[in-house]
Design a protein around this ligand. Structure first.
Ligand code: FES
Ligand code: FE
Length: 383
């Protein structure tokens, strides 16, 4: 059965199966999540030597720790002896070594094999060669980014270029001095939706008038549906009577010291594919890191970063946090409603991108190109 072509101002979405098919998710793990720079943990999550966190990147568990000399290290969280998961806690601190709970091989904070009980023959082996497999690491904006690829893409040409292409200039993010900010609040959301739905939702604002009364109260232009991300360098302006980026528009925190007048009273949003959303407002920064866990489950850690003086003074930041916490819950509810429709036979051929959503098509093209010929996103069916 043929379908009437869409008018040229409307564009097709990915088919529904792209959001539900486990084989597509596996291919995305291999070709997108494990192949690109992935924002894993905040540097403040690793306050001292031996602090660690474990996170899921694609199909792998990654162990991230701080060495005795203060550098961040990342490893595949797999014992080199018989493959046991080395570290089963999501966070914590060890002394000098990670010790496998199975036969007690131990590894130092640089990943070198430190000990193997009852095996004198191990004394002369190369302890790096038989140490933990290392993963590439970068620190930027106060976060630890990892890349599981053997030959990682250029960080500047991917992550930094993505921020620059949205803000018009990477120096614009430097003025928020994100790496110097303190963690004011973290909320973790466990969302029953495919990670691409979460990305697409974050990119568009067609839904803002329907589901975000508090956000459109603070940023009235969002009620028209044109997201800040539709334009390069555009920051949505706060309403004339709004005092701050808070749940009720009341005054927020002090303006961050280095932002310029063009950035004051404006909200900038940036998506760094595949899994980071940055929100920049005059007095704080919100960083979302997504952890896609399966075709229909995504965990999102959201951090509200504020000036260190705000934390030191014990200032109440709850009205600032509540605005985007409500936005997140509204968005994730919407993503879950979409996920439950993605498997329907009537969405097998996908849906429609309206003009305010056209930039989402670039994301779809990026997904399709990334997957290449290994496993293509399922095409719309013929019948
Ligand atoms: Fe880790 Fe044996 S599997 S020590
Ligand atoms: Fe939204």
């Amino acid at each position: 059965m043929s379908t009437t072509p869409l008018p040229s101002s409307l564009r097709p979405t990915l088919p529904g199966t792209a959001y539900t098919d486990p084989a597509t998710f596996d291919a995305e793990c291999a070709r997108i999540l494990e192949a690109n720079w992935f924002c894993a943990v905040a540097a403040v999550d690793l306050p001292k030597a031996g602090s660690f966190r474990t996170v899921t990147v694609g199909r792998e568990s990654v162990l991230i720790t701080r060495s005795r000399t203060g550098e961040v290290r990342a490893f595949f969280n797999v014992c080199r002896h018989r493959g046991a998961r080395l570290c089963t806690e999501s966070s914590g601190t060890v002394g000098r070594t990670f010790r496998c709970p199975y036969h007690a091989w131990s590894y130092d904070l640089d990943g070198k094999l430190a000990g193997a009980p009852h095996l004198p023959q191990m004394r002369d082996i190369d302890r790096t060669e038989y140490g933990l497999r290392t993963i590439a690491v970068r620190e930027w904006l106060g976060y630890v980014w990892v890349c599981l690829a053997d030959d990682p893409p250029s960080f500047a040409d991917t992550v930094m270029a993505s921020v620059a292409s949205r803000l018009g200039d990477v120096a614009a993010v430097d003025r928020y001095d994100v790496g110097s900010l303190a963690l004011g609040k973290r909320i973790t959301y466990d969302v029953a939706a495919n990670w691409k739905l979460v990305v697409e939702n974050f990119m568009e604002c067609y839904h803002c008038a329907t589901i975000h009364p508090e956000l459109t109260g603070v940023l009235p232009e969002f009620a028209k549906g044109w997201a800040a991300q539709y334009y390069v360098g555009h920051g949505a302006e706060m309403g004339a009577s709004v005092e701050g980026f808070t749940v009720d528009g009341s005054a927020g925190l002090g303006r961050l010291p280095d932002i310029d007048d063009e950035q004051d009273r404006r909200y900038f949003a940036v998506t760094v594919a595949p899994q980071v959303f940055l929100n920049l407002v005059p007095d704080h920064v919100i960083v979302h890191r997504m952890f896609p866990l399966s075709a229909n489950r995504t965990v999102i850690e959201c951090d509200w970063l504020v000036h260190p003086d705000v934390v030191a003074a014990g200032t109440d930041i709850s009205r600032s946090v509540e605005l985007f916490d409500r936005v997140n819950r509204q968005d994730f509810d919407a993503c879950e409603r979409c996920q439950s429709g993605m498997g329907s036979r009537v969405y097998r051929d996908g849906g429609v991108l309206v003009p305010t959503e056209h930039h989402i098509e670039e994301f779809h093209t990026w997904v399709r190109t990334s997957l290449g010929e290994i496993v293509a996103v399922p095409e719309a069916s013929e019948g």
